[in-house]
Design a protein around this ligand. Structure first.
Ligand code: DGL
Length: 280
């Protein structure tokens, strides 16, 4: 689909399979309040974490195309699963046909970059969806930057459903939070840094802290992704000049507006303006 108006200006698109990307959006808006954002949550088809490579790629591409159609010059995949399974293909195979002047960025690289400064033992744990863990993207990205770091991952298939169903504060959640942390530390007891490699997980942070031994640092991604985006736009003036800056933020969901509004207010602590769309 060739875009004729490829010098169009618009908001920065932020995409996630559901609500998780709101934890990234919140940090980005904190650090870049003057920019406009358009958030898209594919809530009707969440979770992505247990889906195949082909399906995650297809759904993510549909979202990127829609955000481009709505005028976004730049789209952030605020979802590790989509970043792990679709980013490279979209950048290499689809962007040249869609519009080579637009950009799509992910969240794994900025997170991997942050690790080197934090770990002292050089043993790092990754907690993420099955899709992200099975893709091997974190060990691959971290090894490229810091070959001396040992990376161990554990998939936490119950955590996204706990968050999407607003069970992150419940007593029932304790069992599953503890289970995956214990499993990770059993695999490598020298881990001193744990990366929450899924944008939903910061909602479970109180429980994750409760079951993580003192002295182990827990890394959430929002701050690193926001810093990296700011730096990217400083270095890429052409893209930056196409990002509109009125401090506005709008939301799209593939589920019902009411459901999204209710959950978004838990993540963002504000009322949001939402429209429902269909993808695919
Ligand atoms: N928030 C997504 C991530 O960062 C995963 C959620 C899902 O499984 O859909 O990986």
């Amino acid at each position: 689909m060739p875009y004729l108006l490829n010098k169009i200006k618009g908001p920065i698109g932020v995409f996630d399979s559901g609500y998780g990307g709101l934890t990234i959006l919140k940090e980005i808006r904190k650090q870049m309040p003057e920019y406009d954002f358009l958030y898209l949550g594919d809530n009707a088809r969440t979770p992505y974490g247990t889906r195949s490579f082909e399906v995650v790629y297809e759904f993510t591409l549909q979202a990127v195309v829609r955000l481009f159609e709505l005028g976004c010059p730049l789209v952030i995949l605020a979802c590790n699963t989509a970043s792990a399974k679709a980013l490279r293909s979209i950048q290499q195979n689809d962007l040249p046909y869609l519009d080579s002047s637009r950009r799509v960025l992910g969240v794994i690289r900025p997170t991997a970059e942050s690790i080197g400064e934090v770990t002292k033992s050089r043993h790092v744990g990754i907690l993420a969806t099955s899709g992200t863990i099975n893709s091997g993207s974190y060990p691959m990205e971290i090894k490229k930057l810091y070959p001396d770091i040992k990376v161990t991952g554990v998939a936490c298939p119950m955590w996204v459903p706990l968050v999407e169903n607003k069970e992150f504060g419940s007593d029932g959640a304790d069992y599953f939070v503890k289970e995956y942390i214990d499993k990770l530390l059993e695999k490598d007891s020298e881990i001193d840094t744990i990366v929450l490699g899924c944008t939903h997980y910061p909602l479970l942070i109180d429980k994750i802290r409760k079951f993580t031994p003192e002295g182990i640092k827990i890394i959430t991604q929002g701050e690193y992704v926001a810093e990296s985006l700011k730096d990217y736009l400083r270095r890429h003036k052409e893209t930056d000049s196409r990002c509109t800056k009125s401090g506005e933020c709008q939301f799209l969901t593939t589920e019902s507006v009411e459901k999204f509004k209710e959950s978004a207010s838990i993540f963002l602590h504000e009322d949001v303006s939402v429209r429902s769309i269909t993808l695919g």
